[in-house]
Design a protein. Structure first.
Length: 211
């Protein structure tokens, strides 16, 4: 897939433009190998090491590399488009929310309790709790077929081994982490633009330079 440097045909989750690009790219490779490789072999057999053979190889490999160049330029344009789409989505999704409302939503989902983060496990004594005063939180971005996602890794810094969890960050969790000072998004080197400039944050995730 263009998002991560590998090809994907997950039509359900891929943006339509990315899916079409991936299909077109694979069709180009398939067509070149199906038509050009046999042509070079045939010319080589007929003309051996004559100028016709070398001319044919140069011409057909030129077609291949010109095609790759065109697809590369399209990919850059497409990545810029995805930066804009994701920036708009993050602006709409991660809005300001009162801390009390965020806590209420997270408690209803069973993500937190009054004392800490709730781990969903099969402990016979009930779910483990990672107390807020011992919780270490590390936020990171992911890039997949659906675009940019935000995750947070939470673990008990002073407790027993195995007390850890990874959560998907939505508006409620973002506001809770930020307002409880469990994560300072502005001091995080990777997330320094997340609060103030989501477009540049998205450019960073997609591998572009900050503008």
């Amino acid at each position: 897939m263009i998002l991560k440097g590998q090809i994907s045909f997950d039509k359900k989750h891929l943006p339509s433009c990315v899916f079409k690009f991936n299909v077109a790219l694979i069709c180009f490779f398939a067509a070149w190998f199906a038509l050009c490789v046999p042509a070079m072999v045939t010319v080589g057999v007929i003309y051996d090491e004559r100028v016709e053979t070398y001319a044919t190889m140069i011409a057909l490999f030129s077609v291949f590399f010109v095609g790759l160049g065109i697809y590369y330029l399209i990919a850059l344009k497409l990545r810029n488009r995805l930066v804009e789409v994701n920036a708009v989505r993050l602006e709409e999704e991660f809005t300001d929310m009162p801390q009390g409302k965020a806590e209420e939503i997270l408690k209803q989902r069973g993500i937190i309790s009054d004392n800490g983060f709730v781990m969903k496990d099969d402990d016979v004594f009930g779910a483990k709790i990672i107390p807020f005063d011992r919780a270490e939180c590390s936020v990171f971005a992911t890039l997949n077929a659906s675009g940019i996602g935000i995750r947070v890794y939470v673990y008990d810094a002073d407790g027993e081994d195995g007390a850890e969890m990874v959560l998907t960050v939505d508006c409620a969790l973002y506001n809770f982490l930020d307002k409880r000072n469990l994560i300072n998004f502005e001091e995080n080197a990777y997330f320094e633009y997340f609060k103030k400039d989501k477009r540049n944050f998205c450019r960073q995730v997609f591998g572009f330079k900050i503008k």
